[in-house]
Design a protein around this ligand. Structure first.
Ligand code: SF4
Ligand code: SF4
Length: 348
């Protein structure tokens, strides 16, 4: 098995869009040992907030302070450019590439960004390789050592253990054969969708970058789903709303079905997704847990949450059915959520 897997970046072109700044609306993580950590603190003594997460292996992690707690990072300038570009954190430097340290280090794209295009010149594979070269070998070595230690005893802890690469290829096969219909969404997926939309914590609500680069957030309140415009300052503005009960069964065009299948295959090929499955299996502590069945259930759940979000967007766009364009937009809406789901392994 290769130590560093770049394959999810293959063939992807990317150029950051002027006037966007969407990725700076999330509280970016910064590690205390990062080269520029002290320099950022020198610029602003209150730049960081300690991330309290209860995991000993994640000690020493801070997040960039946001404007009014939910707006953009305090260093984002009015023209949506970074005010500390040369000394920005590692995570800010690598986005939209994500690093996942599991049984190996894998680099993959965060599709919540809109800077991907087939015509642009920047090759993400090259960017990924350059980023790796910039990092100190000690950093990668230490992170890999820690993440591999997490995976080391899985074969003993899980009765029906399947090695990660084997599990991934079995799931990829399954993803290619999945059925797509909104008529039989499980009540568990609906409950998960409602819980996410109703979160009391603003930054946990589903957020979305529109085609014209506005930052939007969706929130369910009193039976209404509200579309909210989020400004850099943290101020919000109501855009429009619809009755939650209007989210009903909708049809997917055949192009849309193919596009969802491609996305499900992309998700399955990320080690982060496999890490989510192992975390669940370990947490359930059920001796007879069938790892493959659990992985399939997890993928089905992800698919259903995705379809519910596609339904939400198509309804706001006043479309009668879900087409390929809606699926492309739903990927932008969905992918941020996926990056926040805890997994066995470490995400950067
Ligand atoms: S979300 Fe993507 S396009 Fe927008 S500022 Fe971030 S990297 Fe650039
Ligand atoms: S440090 Fe710069 S790049 Fe990073 S979140 Fe803040 S404004 Fe964005």
């Amino acid at each position: 098995m290769t130590e560093i897997d770049f394959t999810p970046l293959k063939g992807i072109k990317f150029n950051c869009l002027d006037g966007c700044g969407f990725c700076c609306s999330f509280p970016a993580e910064v590690r205390e040992w990062e080269k520029y950590f002290p320099m950022i603190l020198e610029k602003n003594g209150t730049a960081f907030r300690k991330w309290e997460n209860g995991h000993s292996c994640l000690n020493g992690i801070f997040t960039m302070r946001q404007q009014d707690e939910k707006g953009a990072c305090i260093f984002l300038c009015d023209d949506k450019k970074c005010g500390i570009y040369d000394i920005r954190s590692l995570l800010c430097r690598i986005f939209p590439v994500k690093f996942f340290f599991g049984w190996r280090l894998q680099l993959y794209p965060s599709m919540s960004c809109r800077g991907f295009s087939k015509d642009e010149k920047s090759d993400m594979m090259r960017l990924g390789k350059e980023t790796i070269e910039e990092l100190s070998p000690g950093f990668i070595e230490n992170m890999l050592k820690e993440s591999k230690a997490m995976y080391a005893d899985l074969s003993v802890r899980l009765e029906n253990y399947i090695a990660p690469d084997v599990l991934q290829s079995m799931l990829l096969e399954y993803a290619g054969e999945m059925e797509f219909s909104l008529s039989n969404i499980s009540s568990a997926s609906r409950a998960g969708f409602e819980a996410e939309l109703s979160s009391d914590c603003f930054i946990d609500l589903p957020s979305y970058l529109t085609k014209d680069l506005q930052w939007q957030v969706f929130k369910l309140e009193n039976g209404l789903v509200r579309r909210i415009l989020l400004k850099q300052t943290g101020e919000t503005e109501h855009v429009d709303s619809m009755l939650y009960s209007c989210l009903t069964v909708r049809t997917l065009s055949s192009d849309a079905v193919e596009a969802v299948k491609r996305y499900m295959r992309l998700i399955t090929s990320t080690d982060h997704f496999i890490g989510m499955v192992y975390r669940k299996a370990v947490e359930q502590k059920t001796p007879d847990v069938q790892l493959l069945l659990l992985a399939i259930a997890e993928l089905e759940n992800v698919k259903e949450l995705f379809l519910l979000k596609a339904d939400l967007l198509s309804k706001f766009e006043k479309q009668e059915y879900i087409d390929e364009k809606i699926i492309e937009d739903t990927i932008v809406l969905f992918d941020g959520y996926l990056a926040t789901v805890p997994a066995l392994g470490m995400i950067l």
